[in-house]
Design a protein around this ligand. Structure first.
Ligand code: BMX
Ligand code: ZN
Length: 298
């Protein structure tokens, strides 16, 4: 192993709306900056935006967390509504050309799960799941202490397991995915439909707090879908603890509602549900920690 932790890692987190970057020294983020994600559908525009965020001095280590499926350094959107991009865009290769060093590229939720597992809410567990409930629903799994990426990069994409067989079509092409019921985007869409006026997820939470029964029902169906998703995952791989983050996940009362609903499940499926701790920059930190740990993707 090199003395990787002695040097800064230029870490990048590509989301559907913004690209964040920082120089990560050990566990510390310095010079954090961000720019709007170019939603042109062209991977080269993402790379140009990242190059614009790079430090002026030469970088010796680059680590990238990104929404979407990462396979052999190539990026494909599972839900192209989140990030429009050509299938199999060679992100690692293009970044190496732009920045001069081969980067580590990992899915955003997988990277954030690693940060939570290493320094956040997942410390001390061996079988751990991190969920981000935000624009979409991302998930990263650590099983027996190892981050799961999967043979094709798909591991943890639990946002695209089925919650409602008769549900609406998802950007991934399946019907009734968890992401179509419980993501921030889904809450805004379902809330707007049911209330007959345009609302965002924060408006829906505010309405529910003020006693609006319909808003509360829409949120309750998201809570129900997520808790059942947790139970499915527990049945599949016996998770020890679920940490929940993201703008919706950390909305006031949401985790409490998940816990209350979870107590109605048969005891065998119940697991601790806790708030994520690594914060909004968990993706940046996690991918830098993976880099420092000489993490290799297949
Ligand atoms: C989508 C999918 C996942 C991602 C998740 C959370 C794409 C482009 N993204 O399910 O890879 O982890 O969203 O992403 O298919 P976020 O941007 O909402 O945090
Ligand atoms: Zn889907």
């Amino acid at each position: 192993m090199t003395a990787a932790s002695d040097r800064a890692v230029f870490a990048v987190d590509i989301g559907g709306t913004k690209i964040a970057a920082a120089e990560v020294h050990g566990r510390h983020l310095l010079d954090r900056r961000q720019t709007a994600t170019p939603r042109t559908g062209r991977g080269d525009d993402l790379v140009a935006a990242i190059a614009g965020l790079a430090p002026k001095h030469a970088v010796s280590a680059v680590a990238v967390a990104t929404t979407g499926i990462v396979r052999d350094g190539a990026l494909t959107a599972l839900n192209p509504r989140t990030l429009p991009i050509e299938n199999g865009y060679p992100l690692a290769k293009a970044l190496e050309t732009a920045l001069g060093v081969p980067p580590l590229v990992v899915n955003d939720a997988q990277a954030a799960a690693w940060a939570e597992f290493t320094v956040g809410a997942g410390r001390g567990y061996r079988n751990f799941a991190f969920f981000t409930v935000s624009t979409g629903i991302g998930c990263g799994l650590v099983i027996d202490g190892r981050l799961q990426v999967g043979a094709t990069g798909l591991a943890g994409h639990v946002g695209h397991t089925m919650s409602d067989p008769g549900g609406v079509i998802c950007g991934c092409g399946r019907h009734g995915c968890l992401e179509t019921i419980a993501s921030g985007t889904a809450l805004a869409r379902r809330g707007s439909e049911r209330l007959g006026r345009k609302v965002g997820a924060p408006d829906l939470f505010a309405a529910a707090r003020q006693g609006d029964r319909i808003a509360a029902e829409v949120i309750a169906s998201a809570v129900d879908a997520l808790v059942n998703g947790f139970a499915d995952l527990t049945a599949a791989v016996d998770i020890d603890c679920f940490a929940v983050g993201g703008g919706v996940g950390l909305a006031e009362g949401f985790i409490e509602a998940l816990k209350v609903r979870s107590l109605q499940l048969p005891a065998v499926f119940q697991r601790p549900i806790v708030a994520a701790k690594a914060g909004a920059d968990a993706g940046l930190l996690g991918v830098a920690l993976l880099f420092d740990g000489n993490f290799h993707l297949k």
